[in-house]
Design a protein around this ligand. Structure first.
Ligand SMILES: O=P(O)(O)OC[C@H]1O[C@H](OP(=O)(O)OP(=O)(O)O)[C@H](O)[C@@H]1O
Ligand code: HPA
Ligand SMILES: [Mg+2]
Length: 183
């Protein structure tokens, strides 16, 4: 049987695994400084942020708490539906907590602007955002993001947690999905 090679579905590798880890290390040093005297709660946004959360959390040398929320707005397409649904809520009470949302990507910004407002309404001491990727040319809302890994072109990317129809999350690098896969 032919090997089923998912790399063949990419037109280009955008960010190699080593670059991701190097950047996450730099971001972690900044987070350690900024939260030197604070207990931080990392809130990972399922499912895309699983890889970022796992690697960022292990790179951080300070004590942290972790919790997860599942929201979905893309379903099995390549464009945001604009409607954010909570599929799983946090287990943690946010009152008085320093929350750092961990995301894989900010595309239109609709998911995070909704999530930010939702979490801020729960009485936390602070809420900031850490996102590995951001598409500046796709922004439909302005969001104040404290930690960003890479600004990328406005193309649909997969890998390192990011999916197309639930596939490609296990690629170690981030690449541009070939249009023939989804058109
Ligand atoms: O800035 P936006 O245009 O709102 O897009 C970003 C969001 O879309 C993706 O989630 P998705 O809905 O695909 O869920 P998933 O993480 O389970 O794949 C991604 O993980 C972000 O949460
Ligand atoms: O470019 C993307 N790829 C995968 N999932 C996404 N969710 C928002 N943008 C993207
Ligand atoms: Mg998705």
């Amino acid at each position: 049987m032919e090997p089923r090679d998912i790399d063949g579905d990419l037109t280009e590798i955008l960010i190699e695994e080593a670059q991701i880890h190097q950047r996450l290390a730099e971001m972690s040093r900044q987070i350690e400084k900024d939260y030197a005297d604070k207990d931080v709660l990392l809130v990972g946004v399922l499912k895309g942020a699983v890889m970022v959360m796992a690697d960022l959390a292990r790179e951080l040398t300070m004590p942290i708490n972790m919790d997860w929320m599942a929201v979905s707005s893309y379903g099995s397409g390549t464009a945001s539906s604009g409607v954010v649904r909570i599929l799983k809520d946090l287990d943690t009470d946010l009152s008085g907590r320093h929350v750092l949302i961990v995301e894989d990507i900010i595309d239109s910004g609709l998911t995070l602007s909704w999530l930010l407002a939702n979490l801020k309404s729960r009485g936390p001491a602070s809420v900031e955002i850490c996102a590995l990727l951001r598409k500046p040319d796709a922004a439909r809302v302005e969001i104040d993001v404290k930690y960003v890994g890479f600004d990328i072109p406005n193309q649909f990317v997969v890998g390192y947690g990011l999916d197309y129809a639930e596939k490609y999350r296990n690629l170690r690098s981030v690449g541009i999905l070939a249009p023939h896969v989804y058109s």
